[in-house]
Design a protein around this ligand. Structure first.
Ligand SMILES: [Zn+2]
Length: 343
């Protein structure tokens, strides 16, 4: 059920304040893995993250620095009129589409994809190999209106920064959605881009809260899942499973990360299932929450997201993606219990 404006407003304190404040101390039986954690009233500054104005400037700079290599195109406008920009780097035969920040308060995928775009545009042998093998298309920040509220901590209008300015959850506006799409121009812009670019793979970056890997006390770095709706074509689901396996492998090599499967849901109107139902393999990536790790954890979140998206881009570019066994995705552990800080 969609919360009313009033219930969304009532829910805001939990969003505005660190989650630590909204929760009691853990019960003695709860697992309490190491951090980093945000404790008590420790303020979390979001000033170091890319604002909407900075994002527009950054993309313009990238295009100006690499003419003919980086293309930036406005694909629509948000409810409040902010530009939605798609960036294309490379002209390889496979197309990877990276979506970030469809929920306005889930920002780190945006920071990571900016780094991926810079690496792909770089005048280096690695950059050239990437561009020749894969066309990277990114929409860095699908919900700029939500981010504007969240980064500025401006909740005076009672809108949930996760949703768009018409109070729509954009991640329920895909596939056979019943959302009035006139109220969700951001989702329409993404849907149009998908149909225009026909991506071989879509990665959709989000944040969850803090969980352990099932059967362990280890904190989950990210949880991932392909299009699992029963009507998704088997070859489409298999490409999603290949991407999940590549992501799991890439972070296992980094030594510290815990990648799990995300709990299965057949909700058809998420980007993961909705775009997969349309024939575009789409993987949901849910990183640990930036509000729970605080500034100290931001660098790690960006690195982990970047490792995952770069590994998928590289595997598409060098052709190794097709040799990945879809069944390798099933080797990832399940996500376990939610855990809270122990401060
Ligand atoms: Zn999300």
């Amino acid at each position: 059920m969609r919360p009313t404006r009033a219930t969304a407003a009532l829910a805001l304190p939990a969003l505005v304040l660190p989650l630590a404040l909204a929760t009691a101390a853990p019960a003695a039986a709860d697992p309490v893995p190491g951090g980093p954690w945000v404790c008590g009233a420790q303020p979390i500054s979001l000033a170091g993250l890319t604002s909407n104005d900075e994002l527009a400037a950054e993309l313009a700079r990238l295009a100006a620095r690499h003419p003919g290599i980086v293309e930036v195109e406005e694909i629509g406008r948000s409810v409040e009129g902010r530009p939605l920009e798609a960036v294309t780097v490379g002209d390889g035969p496979r197309t990877l589409l990276v979506l970030t920040q469809v929920h306005g308060d889930e920002p780190m995928g945006t920071e990571a994809v900016l780094q991926l775009l810079k690496a792909a545009a770089a005048p280096t042998p690695a950059g050239a190999a990437l561009r020749e093998g894969v066309t990277i298309v990114a929409v860095p920040r699908i919900n700029p209106d939500g981010w504007e509220r969240y980064q500025d901590r401006d909740f005076a209008d009672g809108l949930d920064p996760r949703r768009n300015a018409n109070d729509i959850d954009l991640n329920r506006a895909f596939g056979p959605t019943t959302v009035d799409l006139a109220l969700a121009p951001e989702a329409v812009a993404v849907q149009d881009l998908v149909e225009a670019t026909e991506p071989d793979l879509v990665l959709d970056y989000h944040h969850q809260v803090s969980y352990t890997t099932e059967g362990t006390d280890d904190l989950v770095t990210m949880s991932v899942l392909w299009g699992t709706h029963p009507d998704v074509a088997p070859d489409v689901a298999d490409d999603g499973r290949r991407a999940v396996a590549v992501i799991g492998d890439s972070l296992a090599r980094s030594g510290h990360a815990e990648v799990t499967l995300y709990p299965r849901s057949d909700t058809a109107t998420t980007a993961r299932n909705g775009l997969s139902l349309d024939g575009y393999p789409t993987v949901l990536v849910e990183q640990r929450g930036q509000q729970e790790v605080g500034q100290k954890g931001h660098g790690a979140l960006v690195r982990e997201a970047l490792v995952s998206m770069r590994a998928v881009a590289d595997s598409l570019a060098d052709g190794s993606f097709d040799a990945v066994s879809p069944g390798d995705a099933d080797l990832l552990p399940e996500r376990g219990d939610r855990v809270r800080e122990n401060c």
